[in-house]
Structures are given as structure tokens and as C-alpha cells.
Design a binder for this molecule. Structure first.
Ligand SMILES: [Zn+2]
Length: 274
């Protein structure tokens, strides 16, 4: 599933290509992508709009229009957003759910599992809408003190809390595992029991891990590709994620796979203290 680094990679690649461009026409081969809106309503709300800039909040991509409305794309499990010079035809239309015709090129939304979403937030509703998400982990407001406030008094396991989008935005299964390993914290630890020095370490590890992953253009472990249709490189540097049975890169102990909050979780029981 695309997490913050994958969505940010797509944003960085697409932004210069869509800035100042107008959506001339919208094809909606799979109208469920816009549900509960009808295809007609979605088409009316997006056609003719000029794009001011492409931004990101958590795992959401936001096409901000000049009139203040925002088109939001959430890739969920298998969504892909790519920029194309030519209109896709034949095989390249398989799993195509949305196609924006710009005045220069195309933005295609492919999605094999069809869980991704596209929706419009009218100007004026934007602020309220995004308030439900926690802080951006790479933003200025995310400080060790802020993380301490998020974890304080919480019985929930730290990994589950890190993946809760209303606590912190953008972190999913991959980066929660990798950041917790980097910080030397067992994913099952109750969040409220972390010490001050562990919180400081975890804060630094979250930012370091996400920044490194953006540098390497995200992780491709299943279907993720960037806006140019290329795979990311961060999966080559995984320390624990999907490495069960292999030696820990730090201590050589065997990496274990367990379930935390129903999600597959990879960690080193020797380096990550409970
Ligand atoms: Zn280890």
C-alpha cells in the first residue's frame, strides 16, 4: 500500500507536469471510483478546472484548483497514478478507472483491486476535512514534544498508534516496522509506557526513515510504481520488514514475524526491547 514516501514521490514528479494545466475532459471507465458521486457529477465538478498545484496530506494527493476546490486521490492498496503523453489504448486500459485529459498529456488512475478513491472537496470545506488527520511527520509541528503528547496515557501498542492516521498522518505497515526497528522499540509496547528518551529516538527514526524512503522514491513490494511507471528502491534497504527468518542487520539474531493489531509485523526481539 502506498504510504507517505510513495505518495510524496508521485507528487514531486507530477507537480511540475500539472501546474497551470487545465482538465479538458474526464473519462471514467469505472464510475465506482467517484462513489457516492455519479460519474456525471464528478465530471462536471472537475472538467474545465485549472490546476494551481499538487500537494499531499498523509497518504492523500490533492490537486488544488485555482477556484479553491480540491480534487483528492487516495490510492489505497493498488492505485497507480501516472502521467502519459498519449491516451492509453488496448492493454494499457486494463484496470483504468479514471483518465484526465489535460491540455498537455494525460493523468491515468489504474487500480487492480479497485479500492482507491477520487473525490472533490469544495472550497470552504477543506480546512474541516483535513483536521481529522494527525500531524505531518515531516512537518514543523511534529516535534518530540508533539509525539510525547500523542502517546501519553495511551494503552494501545505503539505500532498500531503510529499507523492510526488520526494520530500521525502517512505512516503504514512498512514505515512503522522500519522506524520502530531503527529506534530499538518493540512494536507491542504500550504507547504510554515509552520513556522520554525512547520518544526522542522514535521521533528521529520516523523522520529519518521517511526521508530516506522519499530519496529512494518509495518501496515497491507489490504493485507500487511512481508517476513515471518505475519501481521504488527503498525495499532494497529494508532492515526488518518482510525479512522474517533472516539475520538482523544489527545483531545477527533471527528476525521474527508476528501479528500486531491484525497486521503482519517484523522485528528483532533482541534489538527491540519490550
Ligand atoms: Zn537485532
Amino acid at each position: 500500500m502506498p504510504e507517505l514516501p510513495e505518495v510524496e514521490t508521485i507528487r514531486r514528479q507530477l507537480d511540475p507536469l500539472v501546474r497551470g494545466r487545465t482538465i479538458r475532459r474526464v473519462e471514467i471507465p469505472d464510475p465506482t471510483v467517484a462513489a457516492p458521486w455519479s460519474a456525471a457529477r464528478f465530471r462536471r465538478a472537475t472538467s474545465g478546472k485549472r490546476i494551481k498545484q499538487l500537494t499531499r496530506r498523509g497518504k492523500y494527493l490533492r490537486f488544488e484548483f485555482e477556484d479553491g476546490d480540491t480534487l483528492v486521490i487516495h490510492l489505497r492498496m493498488t492505485g497507480r497514478l501516472t502521467h502519459l503523453k498519449r491516451r492509453p489504448s488496448g492493454d494499457s486500459r486494463r484496470h483504468l478507472r479514471l483518465l484526465f485529459h489535460l491540455d498537455d498529456g494525460f493523468i491515468a488512475f489504474h487500480d487492480t483491486r479497485r479500492l482507491g478513491k477520487a473525490f472533490l472537496i469544495p472550497a470552504g470545506e477543506s480546512r474541516t476535512y483535513w483536521q481529522k488527520l494527525g500531524p505531518e511527520p515531516l512537518g514543523r509541528s511534529f516535534t518530540p514534544a508533539r509525539l510525547a503528547k500523542i502517546t501519553a496515557g495511551r494503552d494501545r501498542q505503539i505500532k498500531t498508534l503510529l499507523m492510526d492516521q488520526s494520530a500521525i498522518a502517512g505512516i503504514g505497515n512498512i514505515y512503522a516496522d522500519e522506524a520502530l526497528f531503527d529506534a530499538g522499540i518493540d512494536p507491542r509496547r504500550p504507547a504510554g509506557k515509552l520513556t522520554q528518551s525512547e520518544i526522542t529516538r522514535l521521533h528521529a527514526s520516523i523522520r529519518k526513515t521517511l526521508k530516506k524512503a522519499i530519496e529512494l522514491e518509495g518501496s515497491s513490494i507489490d504493485s507500487y510504481v511512481n508517476a513515471r511507471g518505475e519501481r521504488g528502491g527503498f525495499q532494497e534497504t529494508f532492515q526488518v520488514h518482510r525479512r522474517q527468518g533472516k539475520p538482523c542487520p544489527r545483531c545477527g539474531h533471527v528476525i521474527e514475524k508476528i501479528k500486531v493489531g491484525g497486521r503482519s509485523t517484523y522485528f528483532c526481539p533482541h534489538c527491540q526491547k519490550l
